[in-house]
Design a protein. Sequence first.
Length: 71
Amino acid sequence: MVESIVLTVTGMKCGGCESNVVEKLSSLEGIAQVSASSKENTVSIEFDAEKIDLSTIQRTISDAGFAVNLE
Ligand SMILES: [Cu+2]
């Protein structure tokens, strides 16, 4: 089942940062759709919860050098 989530991610400064996040997440199994906005500090993701879990998504974003803010 595809779920969607919008994460608050800080540290993205430009289109290059956005592409970096989008490319890294898109390369993972189970990610259906990703978009990132450095202006809004958001990363919107549609993912198959049976193939990938949220902690893997969060780790991938932090490994790329950006901070995921969890409320
Ligand atoms: Cu940048």
